[in-house]
Design a protein around this ligand. Structure first.
Ligand code: NOJ
Length: 763
């Protein structure tokens, strides 16, 4: 380590810094170290710590001559991100540590969103496992691979509640529910961080994003305005961010959107009053990509003014806008920011580096040997295969089409059957497509020597060639070929004719969901539907694998295709699909988003507030002056929590330990669950609550607990839940978190629609 740093450590200037209310370690040693180091830093060096850039073309150039390398040597860079090359990262770190005046290590980040090289389903799919151990394990594996490859910080988890499936980034979160969102958020933070924030060696720092309300973009249009009451923020949108903070997340990313008229990037109420004062967050806040620069577009002034406002609001690091590095000095001279503002941000960045152990060992992350051993290793692949299989949601299985037998002739058709790059889903920055199996390869291996496999692309993804090409190429993927539509259809139909069963792999390629992929129409794209219609006319058993990163509309498919399963990508997707389709594993995923009957129903979510004139779900007949549509049946086609398996389950009525509960007591609610089918299978037993009369209108039902239960054919088990006061509380009109006495319904079942109910009173 640099002499200056060691001297600073020894100098011993003790400063009293408030104790962190969050679960982040905050020791006298750390305060002492950071204070001493900062006493040696120039203003430029402090601003350098607040500056973050992407690695750019460093991978093809030399770290020494790259823009980030130069800045690192000058001490003008705090963090760099999205470099996939452990040797380059280590070389860059050497420049920062050995060539800069104070030798402060860089914080190396990456968008490790659902895995590094071992890629798990997109986060929405991960949430459909309803298996928090699996979610945590996926983050742990992602962190282990990323850390070995030089990454100390991931920009994940994304915990934005997304009610509107037109918004493509629904793929990156846990869907529509605050309770599920909170469970997933906490599990991912635990999985990513391990013990690393306490000086341990396992894990990388998590970054909770996008704070806040990014998923509420109007009309599902990415980056659009979000506007809502504070009551709704606190009750519906904030819980997952708060849960992640409580789980000890070391950092938070602000969102692109406006919150209450002020961009989140520079919103003091959000970044300081709520995040730090109310929730006790004491980690660091980074902006989203260039968002300080984008404040000009929001009509909030130029780069200098925006940078000053963002800093004052509580932002610590500027991602890519170059606002902090290039303008804060002038703002300091002009008095719009103070040295204390800059010091505070710098301190938080240095604290993050300290907690991660970078001052003790700047090369803690990034080891070529470990990287070789761990990256995409067998153990990780096996875990990903198992978890991916758990994520699939079986939506329909008429006449027991599934599981399929490995015999006869099977046709595998659709635009996604040959891709290696799209199989991972969107935002797999570190993917290694050459190592993954395409669906065709996976099926061929599974069926070798047992059944004949026929494969054809069958159609384009969409009729618009330009969009199809852009959507693939834009993010470095190998675009799915745009083919002659008539010839492709004819080839696929002739194969389907020859087959005993037809499996259609369709839907969205990787980058049809994710950032900047809003849609106005959630139906299967036209050429895919045409192919499916032609296949359906053959009258054979057909299985639709609907690849998606959001809820899509499958109304026509549900009426015409016997078996439908939602698939959420992953590097091991091909093998996991064969495990489930051919019956080695029974599906157990359940939806965490409501699947609409028509796009116009969006935003559609189960935990709505009651309206005065609500029409029951499933009501097809139009009634005047009620809350239904002229042209659609009410409610979701497949509700939140829905998912089938190869067996069936029966629920007894709900039993309560008491019909009364004191405000600080508990009630136990239980059901007997029976596997009434022929095979062992897993059910997700869900508990919902409804507060029947309250001081403000409360949702018709809210998920408050769940358990995955595996039963053998014919087996029964009592499944118990403890209803605690916390499950009944909400933020009232004054934004106080309260439990109001009165009647509550407790509902238990296998999805949010089919539930058994009992009632109790809180006194
Ligand atoms: C923009 C995205 O909104 C954010 O999620 C991501 O982490 C950054 N870019 C960095 O790549």
């Amino acid at each position: 380590m640099k002499k200056e740093v060691l001297m600073a450590m020894a100098a011993g200037l003790l400063l009293s810094v408030s104790v962190c209310a969050q679960r982040l370690p905050s020791s006298d040693e750390m305060n002492h170290f950071v204070t001493t180091l900062m006493s040696r830093m120039t203003l430029d060096e402090k601003l350098g710590q607040l500056h973050q850039l992407p690695g750019g073309n460093i991978v093809t150039g030399s770290p020494q001559t790259s823009p980030v390398g130069k800045l690192a040597m000058e001490g003008k860079l705090g963090s760099v991100f999205n470099i996939k090359d452990v040797e380059q990262i280590v070389a860059l770190q050497h420049l920062a540590v050995e060539k800069s005046r104070l030798g402060i290590p860089l914080l190396v980040a990456m968008d490790v969103i659902h895995g590094y090289e071992t890629v798990f389903p997109v986060p929405l799919g991960l949430s459909c496992t309803w298996d928090m151990e699996a979610v945590e394990r996926s983050a742990q594996i992602a962190a282990a691979e990323a850390a070995a490859n030089g990454v100390a910080w991931t920009f994940s988890p994304m915990v934005d509640i997304a009610l509107d499936s037109r918004w493509g980034r629904q793929a990156e979160g846990a869907g529509e529910d605050p309770y599920m969102g909170s469970q997933v958020a906490a599990a991912m933070v635990r999985g990513y961080q391990g013990n690393v924030m306490n000086g341990g060696k396992d894990g990388i720092m998590a970054c909770v994003k996008h704070f806040a309300l990014y998923g509420a973009a109007e009309a599902g249009l990415d980056y659009n305005t979000a506007d809502m009451s504070r009551l709704r923020m606190y009750n519906q949108y904030f819980p997952p961010y708060k849960a992640a903070v409580e789980a000890g997340a070391g950092s938070i990313m602000s969102s692109f959107n406006i919150v209450d008229g002020v961009p989140a990037t520079a919103n003091k109420w959000l970044l300081t009053d709520v995040l730090r004062r109310q929730w006790g967050f004491c980690g660091m806040v980074v902006t989203d990509y260039a968002s300080i620069g984008e404040m000009k577009n929001h009509g909030l002034g130029g780069l200098k003014e925006s940078a000053a406002q963002a800093l004052k609001a509580g932002t610590d690091m500027d991602m890519c806008a170059n606002g902090f590095l290039s303008t804060l000095k002038q703002s300091l001279d002009e008095g719009t920011v103070t040295m204390a503002d800059i010091d505070q941000a710098c301190r938080r960045v240095l604290e993050a580096k300290y907690r991660l152990g970078l001052f003790q060992n700047p090369y803690k992350f990034g080891d070529v040997k470990t990287a070789k051993k761990l990256t995409y290793c067998k153990e990780h692949r096996e875990a990903a295969r198992r978890i991916t299989a758990e994520s699939f949601v079986l939506l329909k299985n008429a006449n027991g089409v599934l599981p399929l037998k490995k015999q006869g002739t099977i046709a595998l058709i659709g635009p996604l059957i040959d891709t290696h790059t799209d199989i991972t889903g969107s935002w797999a920055v570190a993917q290694a497509p050459e190592k993954y199996k395409s669906l065709r390869e996976g099926f061929a291996e599974a069926l070798k020597g047992k059944a004949k496999l026929l494969c054809a692309q069958g159609c384009n993804l969409m009729d618009n060639a330009q969009t199809q090409r852009t959507v693939g190429k834009g993010h470095g993927n190998e675009p799915i070929p745009f083919v002659d539509a008539d010839a492709a259809l004819a080839e696929a139909i002739s194969m389907a004719r020859e087959a005993d069963v037809v499996v259609c792999a369709m839907g969205e390629c990787a980058w049809m969901n994710g950032e900047g992929t809003s849609r106005t129409d959630l139906e299967l794209y036209a050429p895919q539907r045409r192919l499916l219609e032609a296949v359906a006319e053959l009258g054979k058993p057909v299985v639709l694998l609907n690849f998606a990163g959001r809820a899509t509309v499958l109304t026509w498919e549900a009426a015409h295709i016997p078996a439908i399963m939602n698939v959420w990508y992953g590097s091991e997707c091909a093998d996991a699909l064969c495990d489930v389709l051919f019956g080695d594993v029974s599906p157990s995923g359940h939806l965490t988003v409501s699947m609409p009957r028509a796009t116009g129903q969006e935003p559609l979510y189960y935990n709505r507030l009651p309206s005065g004139r609500y029409v029951q779900d499933g009501e097809a007949d139009y009634k005047v002056f009620t809350g239904n549509y002229l042209d659609a049946t009410s409610g979701a086609l497949y509700p939140f929590g829905y998912g089938l398996t190869y067996s069936s389950f029966a629920y007894s009525d709900v039993r309560l330990s008491s019909s009364r509960m004191s405000a600080d007591g508990t009630v136990t609610a239980s059901v007997t669950l029976t596997n009434t089918g022929q095979r062992e299978a897993t059910e997700v037993v869900q508990l919902y609550i409804h507060d029947k009369v309250a001081s403000i209108s409360r949702p018709i039902k809210e998920l408050k607990d769940f358990q995955r239960v595996t039963l053998k054919a014919g087996e029964s088990r009592e499944v118990k839940f403890t209803v605690t006061p916390d499950k009944l509380k909400f933020y009232n009109y004054e934004l106080q978190y309260v439990l109001e006495p009165g009647e509550f319904d407790v509902m238990i079942g296998g999805n949010s629609r089919e539930l058994k109910t009992a009632t109790f009173r809180v006194e």
